[in-house]
Design a protein around this ligand. Sequence first.
Ligand code: NAD
Length: 314
Amino acid sequence: MKILVTGCAGFIGSHLAERLCEMGEDVIGVDCFTDYYPRAIKEANLEKLKGYKNFKFIEADLNEIDLGFLLKDIDAVFHQAAQAGVRASWGKSFEIYTRNNILATQKLLEAAKKSNLKKFIYASSSSVYGDAEKLPLKETDVPKPISPYGVSKLAAEHLCYLYWKNFNVPTVSLRYFTVYGPRQRPDMAFNKFIKAVLKGEEITVYGDGKQTRDFTFISDAIDANIAALESAPAGIVLNIGGGSRVFLIDAIKTIEKLIGRKAKIKYIEKQKGDVRDTLADTSSAKSLISYEPKVSLKEGLEKEISWIKELELK
Ligand code: NAD
């Protein structure tokens, strides 16, 4: 198959492209290196991919490139490109979220309408749910995002649905629940916490640390994408969680144990847009695409810690 991965220089996109290359698919990666975090980190994410003969990279903004031409002969799209991050999505920055998350998705779907795609898989987010009235979160719950980022991810998810409904674009939306592991974005909690504990620096926890998250290890998120490509029916939305719900403070205790050093924690007020709890009901993903998360939090954190240690030594 010939597969397009958008946001290919990012955390999830780079892992996904690698897996597809290993599977022997022809992969085209596109990314415009947005300045949300440093370009050098994204260049490093692409390093291994450059060694694959079946990989081609195009530096381009989805809002500017000829998407009809880009999708020519493409069999499947994994749409990972987005402006990520909940806390940065307020105020004037919302324009960036609108452009990269909503408008870029709409343009890609318009182009997909005229192509022969077998699957269009969209990276959605647990942030579409907002503050849970009850857990676990089910795909049938009414989404009520509480951050502008969540609104932009939900808008794009709705666009995926309506392009399937009206034009048969075979879209599938995967709602990722806090993905972590090697190459995790530098603005994400585990990346910041691990670096700080390794250096003996202070970490900042928003709120009381008793917020809970369903953390998903990167290889599980990638497994879900591959399974969705192979077997997900078009037009659906699936939760992709890690299978366990953990208090943030307990995740920090696991990091302390694995590194062998106490964290210096500074508590500050909860940030607007942050949800209190997440826990995915993954029964639909299990029955429709046989998705089952395999990596425990301890095992996954060990891998992220090793990656950060290697980076710090460079
Ligand atoms: P990331 O920021 O590492 O990767 C996104 C990439 O998209 C970046 O490299 C960026 O340069 C690129 N990009 C943005 N706008 C673009 C445009 N207009 N044209 C071309 N490239 C563009 O983020 P990530 O953590 O890898 O997230 C990947 C996807 O998964 C995103 O859609 C995000 O919303 C979603 N998601 C991530 C998580 C998580 O925990 N990491 C959770 C839920 C959903």
